[in-house]
Every structure is written in structure tokens, then in C-alpha cells.
Design a protein around this ligand. Structure first.
Ligand SMILES: Cc1ncc(COP(=O)(O)O)c(C=O)c1O
Length: 353
């Protein structure tokens, strides 16, 4: 099948660029203590997760229990849920999942730790737990080392839980365009996390893992970083939001669209906000990067000289945000230039539970 025959709008992933992005990440981590735990939220596609594992990823990170279940069903042996799971209705499922893979979850409260233990006591086995530490994002997480220590001790005291270490994700810096600020804040966080690790160890706790990190901050990690797990996701695909940061990764992901209307000063294609993630800004059109795009549910209107275009021409849009784009589509076409190599289901799209 040829790319020109795909019914649009459709997500396409360029094999060659994807492989280059993986190679760039491998090179960045070549002499780093960090191992790659790529974030599943970016693609929600087990076939891509398996590709990442074949390429040497140590495990897969995800945000939700339902994503972790899909990963385990696909045979992924090591899964980190970089998030809290607290709802009583979910804890039994979490405990069952812990019997199918090496599962790690985050916690930032006594109440949640004790609930995790109760659920694990029913199923047996071990659940690994990272204490989430807030390094400035102000989302989840304990805010001081004095708060982290008793949580770590409480986890370690539970027969079915094991204290694994720290989750410290600097999400507020991932898209920071001011490079000097990003570098300065990342240095501060590195120092803060290093001190926290030392404090916990001085108090008898073994910190096996320090997890976090994103596509936007991987370049700021020092060679001797205290982090052991890198949870970047977007590096594989890139998007307009990360494109503004001058990172060493290229666009591999596009929404393929078809021109459905041609006017003198504009063309309109058949993909809108129901097929492309807009939460971090709008898309750009390949070859017309400076053109203004007006988005509606099922249309994108590109301000351009209409005389250059005809009906059924194909236009590639670079998503504003790759992760929310994947969540909108059922399948992904894996392509090499004009040829479709494979079609993969986005198994976990819509899995936010
Ligand atoms: C816990 C966690 N780790 C890592 C990431 C980084 O992902 P990316 O590399 O796509 O920015 C995110 C993004 O939301 C996240 O929530």
C-alpha cells in the first residue's frame, strides 16, 4: 500500500526518523547512569513499546492502571506507573497486575500506602513503590525530605511493599523555552534530589531508583546525575511544542490530510481538532511552516496561495502535541517515504482510568 492511498485524516510515523530519534537518545544515554524507561502515554501503542524494549529500554513508564494492564497483556515485563493509584475500585486490579509483571507505582501519602498494602495482602506478592517528591511542578508529591523519610519507612515496613526510591519529575521545565532558566533550575533540582537521596541513605533507607526526566530536559542531565530512570516519551515523535526548543530530535509523526476545498487565498484539509492534539498549541503544515492555520473540529484551513493546490493533494500536519494526538486515533501507519510498511493499533487510546 502507498501512503497516497491511506484514507485520511491518518497518523503516519516515519520509520527512518523514528530510528534516528532512538539512536540520538541512545547516544545521549551512552555513558549516563540513567536507563531509559520511555513513557507509554506518548504513543499508547504496545508495538512501539516493544520496539523500545528491543532497542534496550529497561522498562516502560505509563500514567494509568489501564495502560499498565495493556502493557502487561502485551508481555512487557517491567512497568512503572509514574502516578498515584488511590481509588478503592482499582486497587484489587493493581494487586493482580503486580503478579503479572514487575510493577512499580508512586505514592505520596500514608493513607495510600496502607491501602496498597491491604490490596497486596489479598493477592500476595510484591509491589514496588516510589515516593513522589515535588521538585517544583506542584502536581503530586511530598514537598520536603522530612516528609519523604516517614513515607519511605512506612512503605518498607509493609510486608508486601518494597521501597524502590524517588519519583521526581520536573514537568514544569519540560517546555521551558528560556534555556538559561531551564539549565539553572535543572541544576538546582539535581542538587536537591542528590541531597534527598543522601538524607534517606543516612537514615537507613536504600534508594535503588530515582525516576523522572523528559524529552525537554534530557540535555540538561549531568553525566553523574543522581537519576537512574529517564521517563522521556515525546523524543520518538516530536511536535510543534518541542520543536521550539531546539532539541536533537526530528519530527517523525504527522497527521496526513487531504485537500477537500481550494479557494484563491486558502485551502482546507480534512483533519481538525478531533484528530490532532491542540492542548500545547496548534499544528503546522509541512512545507508551509509559516502559514496561518484555522482549526475546527474536522477541518484545518491553511492561508496560502490556492492556485498551487488541487483537490486530493496530501498535506502533512505536524501535531502541536504528539501525546494527545495519539490518544485521538485508533491506528498508526508505519511508513517509509511513499510506502506503508505496517499498521499498528493504538491499543490504549482513551485509556485514562
Ligand atoms: C511522569 C512523567 N514523566 C515524563 C514525562 C515526559 O514526557 P515527554 O518526554 O513526552 O515530555 C511526563 C509528561 O507528561 C510525565 O508526566
Amino acid at each position: 500500500m502507498k501512503v497516497s492511498q491511506i484514507e485520511t485524516p491518518a497518523l503516519i510515523l516515519e520509520k527512518r526518523v523514528l530510528e534516528e530519534n532512538m539512536a540520538r537518545m541512545d547516544a545521549l544515554l551512552a555513558d549516563s547512569p540513567m536507563r531509559l524507561y520511555p513513557h507509554y502515554k506518548s504513543h499508547k501503542c504496545p508495538r512501539i513499546a516493544r520496539l523500545q524494549l528491543q532497542r534496550g529500554a529497561a522498562g516502560i513508564t505509563c500514567a494509568k492502571l489501564s495502560e499498565a494492564e495493556d502493557l502487561a497483556d502485551a508481555g512487557v515485563p517491567t512497568i512503572v506507573i509514574a502516578n498515584q493509584v488511590v481509588q478503592p475500585e482499582k486497587l484489587g486490579r493493581l494487586a493482580i497486575l503486580a503478579g503479572k509483571c514487575r510493577l512499580t507505582v508512586c505514592a505520596d501519602s500514608d493513607e495510600n500506602i496502607l491501602a496498597l498494602e491491604r490490596a497486596m495482602a489479598v493477592s500476595g506478592g510484591t509491589l514496588h513503590v516510589l515516593v513522589e517528591y515535588d521538585v517544583g511542578m506542584r502536581r503530586c508529591g511530598a514537598e520536603t525530605r522530612e516528609e519523604v523519610l516517614p513515607l519511605a519507612k512506612l512503605i518498607e515496613a509493609q510486608p508486601h511493599l518494597r521501597f524502590e526510591g524517588i519519583q521526581a519529575y520536573a514537568g514544569h521545565l519540560a517546555h521551558e523555552r528560556n534555556l538559561e532558566l531551564r539549565e539553572r533550575e535543572m541544576r538546582r533540582i539535581e542538587e536537591d534530589v542528590r541531597n534527598l537521596k543522601r538524607f534517606l541513605e543516612d537514615n537507613g533507607m536504600q534508594v535503588r531508583e530515582v525516576a523522572g526526566g523528559s524529552t525537554g530536559t534530557v540535555m540538561q542531565k549531568p553525566r553523574d546525575t543522581a537519576y537512574t530512570q529517564l521517563q522521556a516519551g515525546s523524543y520518538l515523535f516530536m511536535d510543534c511544542a518541542y520543536g521550539a526548543l531546539n532539541l536533537p530530535f526530528q519530527n517523525a509523526l504527522f497527521l496526513l490530510t487531504t485537500v477537500i476545498s481550494v479557494r484563491a487565498d486558502r485551502i482546507t484539509v480534512d483533519g481538525g481538532v478531533k484528530s490532532i492534539g491542540m492542548d500545547q498549541g496548534g499544528p503546522r503544515a509541512v512545507g508551509m511552516e509559516d502559514a496561518r492555520l484555522l482549526m475546527s473540529e474536522e477541518h484545518a484551513t491553511v492561508s496560502t496561495d490556492g492556485s498551487r493546490w488541487k483537490l486530493n493533494d496530501k498535506i502533512r500536519l505536524i501535531p502541536g502535541h504528539c501525546c494527545t494526538t495519539f490518544n485521538l486515533m485508533d491506528k498508526i501507519y508505519f511508513v517509509d517515504g511513499a510506502d506503508v510498511l505496517d499498521v499498528w493499533p493504538v491499543v490504549s487510546r482513551g485509556k485514562s482510568q
